[in-house]
Design a protein around this ligand. Structure first.
Ligand code: AMP
Ligand code: GLY
Length: 428
């Protein structure tokens, strides 16, 4: 089949790598792509915000399946427009995409479907927000309703800080994402990510992962899109995965279906493992970045066939999902200054990073005029390796990191620390 992959980050490089490796894939096109994706796909000039152009491209090039990497095109309804033209697409339509596009939508859905999550109130004015705040205790969780590139959540320790953050939100700090705010109860526990694939009817688990959101070692400093991740996440035991499926993911997909907002694609559930069991923190309507990189490093099946089955309602006929028992771990190499103002243009040499089976996914790279690789984004490379457990995968990933020359880059040296500590006391 001919496939068009949309996106330009490390997540899309990992998807491109797996899609292109399958005998089911005749031709892989990618837009806008990046230099890593260019090694496995034909890069085409296509603006994914221009739905008419995407449809025309699919027609002209006999594209059988469109795989959408990021959330924004899905929230903008690209999947609906493609489906209306009979083009298969992996990713939900606009209505179901509200799961990521609107925090209030997801919380209300949790209420209707009786899904465990933090108690909350939705507010649309500063006055209402200050009033609602009285009904919550510290720490206060405040979320701008719409897409805010992962930056719309504030956890305030004091009431004063919370009031200040609410003022900022209603003052437009997060643009239109802040015209509505969700105030939530604070949940205690360890966070983990759970992925499921669905065609709207059948739902299959698609792995677990944990990431490190803070920029600094020991999980300190500002939040980022993720500085590293590993899969599987041993804290998400089979029992907890069963509960997350039964209590969270299945009722979500069923309720969306009943309400005529069918979900097709990957559902990424951010979970808090509380004393009472797993509770939903948030949904994403796409693969995680960098979680996708570790999932793809372990995935053993035919990715184009599986994603096509999700897109066309044929998941029940697809081969069972298979993952390697190995652990995969990815370290994000970022440009100095990330997450605030990353320095662009830093020279990169990959050296022998991939010599021992590691894989370097490109997240924010470009080719200079001379063809040399340079940094062009905040998160630049995702250095990914496998091992029998997190400790071994971590050692292999850092060995590959050390083979790379990227003077204006940095990475955390402790990705996977929680599990490495646990494995240290309980070696596998
Ligand atoms: P979100 O964008 O909704 O995933 O929120 C970003 C981060 O804020 C999450 O990964 C959690 O670490 C934290 N967070 C969000 N909601 C809550 C909550 N209700 N209780 C505790 N932490 C939360
Ligand atoms: N790594 C977090 C995300 O993709 O949203």
């Amino acid at each position: 089949m001919n496939i068009l992959l949309l996106g330009s980050g490390g997540r899309e490089h990992a998807l491109a790598w797996k899609l292109a490796a399958s005998p089911s894939c005749s031709q892989l096109f990618a837009a806008p792509g990046n230099p890593g994706i260019a090694e496995c796909a034909k890069i085409v000039a296509l603006d994914m915000a221009d739905h008419t152009a995407v449809i025309a491209f699919c027609r002209e090039n006999a594209v059988d399946l469109v795989v959408v990497g990021p959330e924004a095109p899905l929230v903008a309804g690209l999947a609906d427009d493609l489906r209306a033209q009979g083009i298969a697409v992996f990713g939900p339509g606009r209505a179901a995409a509200q799961l990521e596009g609107s925090k209030g939508f997801t919380k209300d859905l949790c209420t209707r479907a009786n899904i465990p999550t933090a108690g909350y109130e939705r507010v649309t004015s500063l006055e209402a927000a200050w009033g609602a705040l009285k009904r919550f205790d510290a720490p206060f969780v405040l979320k701008a309703d719409g897409l805010a590139a992962g930056k719309g959540v504030v956890i305030a320790e004091t009431r004063e800080e919370a009031q200040e953050a609410l003022s900022d939100m209603f003052d437009g700090k997060f643009g239109s994402a802040g015209s509505e705010v969700v105030i939530e109860e604070f949940m205690r526990g360890e966070e983990a990510s759970f992925f499921a694939l669905t065609d709207g009817e059948m739902i299959v688990p698609f792995g677990t992962a944990q990431d490190h959101k803070r920029v600094g070692e020991g999980d300190t400093g500002p939040n980022t899109g993720g500085m590293g991740a590993y899969s599987p996440a041993p804290v998400l035991t089979d029992t907890l995965v069963d509960r997350a499926m039964r209590e969270i993911v299945v009722p979500t997909v069923r309720t969306l279906g009943e309400e005529e907002m069918p979900y097709r694609g990957v559902l990424y559930a951010g979970l808090m493992l509380t004393e009472e069991g797993p509770k939903l923190v948030e949904y994403n309507i796409r693969f995680g970045d960098p979680e996708c990189q570790v999932l793809m490093m372990r995935f053993e099946g035919d990715l184009p066939a599986l994603l096509m089955a999700c897109a066309t309602g044929d998941l029940s006929k697809a081969d069972p999902v298979r993952f390697s028992d190995d652990t995969a771990l990815t370290v994000v190499m970022a440009a100095e200054g990330y997450p605030d103002t990353p320095q662009k243009g830093g020279a990169i040499e990959l050296g022998g990073a991939e010599d021992d089976g590691a894989k370097v996914f490109h997240a924010g790279t470009a080719r200079g005029d001379d063809g040399a690789l340079v940094a062009s984004g905040g998160r630049v490379l995702n250095v990914t390796a496998r091992g029998r457990n997190v400790t071994e995968a971590q050692a292999a990933a850092y060995k590959a990191v050390d083979a790379i020359t990227f003077a204006q880059g940095f990475c955390r040296r402790d990705i996977g620390w929680r599990e490495v500590e646990r494995e240290g006391t309980d070696p596998k």
